[in-house]
Design a protein. Structure first.
Length: 222
């Protein structure tokens, strides 16, 4: 990230927190993939295949295979249409497949620029009664928090991040970096430094998240 320090400084000085999180969303998404792989998260679909009824599995795969074949991201209109199809499927599907479909729909909404509907789905998925397992609920709340920055009061976003910051939570490093950004925006330099220091010192933190934390710390230490 050759220009990360200047970009971070510019975004924070201008208080464009939302833009900052969108710009570096790829860092968090890539890291989330590593965490899911590490804890066997990508086996979730296989687990649901065994647990849920075969007809729901077949319908879900048929729908997602069609979306993949058409090419997600081809056009904004197609992404929105595919997202709506997934939401409609989720409304009638067993809890496990409903959660997977809503995650996929949220990603399509976000990719098409419909952040409002994406955030609504993440918020729904993050609820205790969503039917998603704890790991996926945590990811949903993390994504909601990151994309809500700049449009929702910082205290509200921080409250959503707090449970994810426990050391036992698989998303704690990413949640701490997100919380540090909020602290920096609020002028809480000491709190931000503490959070970022914990991330940079964590050997289990995904490398790209650790690098981002180091970049933010370098600006704080100016």
């Amino acid at each position: 990230m050759p220009d990360i320090f200047d970009e971070v400084a510019d975004d924070l000085r201008a208080e464009r927190t939302r833009k900052f999180m969108v710009r570096y969303a790829g860092v968090f998404i890539a890291a989330a993939g590593l965490v899911l792989i590490g804890i066997g998260g990508w086996k979730t679909l296989q687990w649901y295949h065994q647990r849920e009824n075969t007809r729901a599995a077949t319908a879900y795969l048929a729908l997602t295979d069609r979306i993949a074949a058409a090419g997600a991201g081809a056009t904004k209109a197609s992404d929105l249409a595919d997202a709506k199809s997934l939401v409609a499927f989720a409304a009638k599907a067993p809890a496990g497949y409903a959660a997977l479909a809503r995650f996929r729909a949220a990603a399509l909404y976000q990719g098409a620029g419909d952040t409002k509907d994406a955030e609504a789905l993440w918020s729904q998925l993050g609820a205790a009664d969503s039917g998603a397992d704890a790991t996926l609920r945590g990811l949903a709340n993390l994504l909601w928090a990151q994309h809500a920055m700049g449009t929702v009061p910082n205290a509200t976003v921080m409250a959503r991040l707090q449970p994810l910051m426990a050391g036992s939570n698989p998303w704690h490093d990413m949640a701490q970096v997100s919380a540090a950004v909020l602290d920096m925006q609020d002028g809480k330099t000491s709190a931000a430094t503490t959070l970022l220091g914990e991330v940079t010192a964590d050997p289990a933190a995904p490398a790209n998240v650790r690098n981002l934390a180091e970049g933010l710390m370098a600006k704080l230490n100016g």
